[in-house]
Design a protein around this ligand. Structure first.
Ligand SMILES: Cc1cc2nc3c(=O)[nH]c(=O)nc-3n(C[C@H](O)[C@H](O)[C@H](O)COP(=O)(O)OP(=O)(O)OC[C@H]3O[C@@H](n4cnc5c(N)ncnc54)[C@H](O)[C@@H]3O)c2cc1C
Length: 394
């Protein structure tokens, strides 16, 4: 008789879902990923992957070559006002330079790298399979049941990785709903180089603009601005150009260099405080489904990857070697929830003094921050980015 490992269904093939699926499959679980989209792939934009995100990828088995192939080494270059005047520049020679190193990643490459590895581990990835309902089961009793496209899938574990508007969370905890941040974000990746090749952010009233290299001749930019939810614009490229007219030259130049079809815009929603508990029955929530945060700390993808390696180390490995599921899920919750809540709070605080600040306070904020050594700010970043995965379990 063929011996099979425990079974898992992962809802959502984004970064959190694929990282979790990989962690489970590497520990010997039989994994099915159900993805709502008809085709697999990530929205073509960039992501600043800080050291904790890179450490998570290493924990999932990606070596230096694989990590180099998904993006370029870069660093935070600091914050400037909308005219390009320094608010908190970070010099390359800064003593805390190591704290601000990161990889500028082109999202589709990260997604492909995870997908290739997931497939190499015989994970079944089913597209066009929108999860519509879940019965959570009991960790020491009934299996969980996931319904997608009229088919029921039974599993020992369900990973809810279906993003900020999670159908799984809606089924199991309908009162925990995401809210609109009040901000919408243009994003694009443009085939040009920037100099210096670092992550640079500009703050203006109720707006932030950022540029970052994601390849040798590839630059990611975002323009995060206050806007009513669900706004419809006739021409996104022209609207972005008009919104940032009068900003620093590098901002205007990169928008001008962008092919109009490359400009994306998404309303930014988040889940304030995150889920009150990340597990129920045999279901475990990860990534934006569990803790969607504002993008102002650039930690959403990194924490999704952290979740993936923690699914491996804290749940998949111990349960595959005979441990109890209930205890493993409780440990995941105890390790992950306080950390993600702290980072989400920091992202909110960063938004309040940064991109969400109105016109009246710009001058006072800028003057105060110019007097604050950048090492003070990066000390906080250290605490977030020094994270390393828990050690492998027997
Ligand atoms: C403007 C902006 C800038 C950002 N910048 C950064 C950054 O620089 N650094 C960083 O670390 N993070 C950043 N983030 C955050 C990051 O993009 C997210 O936190 C991350 O993508 C979350 O991954 P996820 O897999 O949890 O969710 P998602 O990427 O949303 O993936 C969810 C997946 O589930 C699928 N799905 C949805 N519903 C269902 C269903 N019912 N059934 C089946 N499948 C379903 C979706 O199609 C999708 O494939 C940014 C976010 C925004 C909005």
């Amino acid at each position: 008789m063929v011996q099979t490992g425990p079974t898992a269904v992962v809802a959502g093939a984004g970064i959190a879902g694929l990282a979790s699926a990989l962690g489970l499959a590497q520990a010997g679980w039989q994994v099915t990923v159900l993805e709502r989209a008809a085709e697999l792939g990530e929205v073509g934009a960039g992501v600043a992957l800080s050291r904790n995100g890179v450490a998570s990828l290493r924990g999932l088995g990606l070596d230096d070559e694989a990590i180099s192939s998904i993006g370029v080494s870069t660093r935070a270059g600091g914050t400037f006002d909308l005219r390009g005047g320094p608010i908190m520049p970070i010099e390359a020679s800064a003593a805390h330079a190591e704290a601000v190193t990161m990889r500028g990643v082109y999202r589709p490459r990260l997604h492909d790298a995870l997908l290739d590895r997931v497939r190499a581990h015989d994970v079944h990835v089913k597209t066009g399979a929108a999860v519509t309902d879940v019965v959570a089961g009991s960790p020491d009793g009934e299996q969980a049941v996931v319904t997608a496209g009229g088919t029921d899938h039974r599993a020992d574990l369900v990973i809810a990785a279906d993003g900020v508007n999670s159908a799984v969370r809606t089924a199991l905890a309908p009162q925990q709903r995401p809210v609109y941040s009040g901000y919408s974000s243009w994003r694009a990746v443009v085939p040009v180089a920037i100099d210096p090749a670092v992550l640079t952010q500009y703050w203006g009233p109720h707006a932030e603009f950022g540029t970052m290299p994601v390849g040798p001749e590839l630059t990611y930019w975002y323009g995060y601005v206050a806007m009513p939810q669900g706004s419809r614009l006739l021409d996104e490229h022209t609207a972005a150009r008009e919104r940032f007219a009068g900003w620093a030259e590098p901002v205007r130049d990169i928008i001008d260099a962008t092919p109009p079809a490359a400009v994306l815009r998404h309303d930014v929603v988040h889940l304030p405080g995150g889920m009150r508990r990340y597990h129920l029955g045999r279901v475990l929530a990860v990534g934006d489904a569990a803790h969607a945060m504002l993008p102002t700390m650039g930690q959403g993808a990194a924490t999704a990857l952290e979740d993936g390696v923690c699914v491996a180390r804290l749940v998949a490995e111990p349960v595959a070697s005979g441990g109890e599921l209930a205890g493993a899920l409780a440990e995941f919750d105890a390790v992950r929830r306080p950390r993600c809540r702290t980072i989400a709070r920091a992202a909110l605080a960063s938004a309040l003094i940064g991109s969400h600040l109105g016109p009246f306070w710009q001058g006072a904020r800028n003057a105060l921050m110019r007097r604050t050594p950048s090492s003070v700010i990066s000390r906080g970043a250290h605490a977030v980015m020094d994270w390393t995965p828990p050690p492998p379990r027997p």
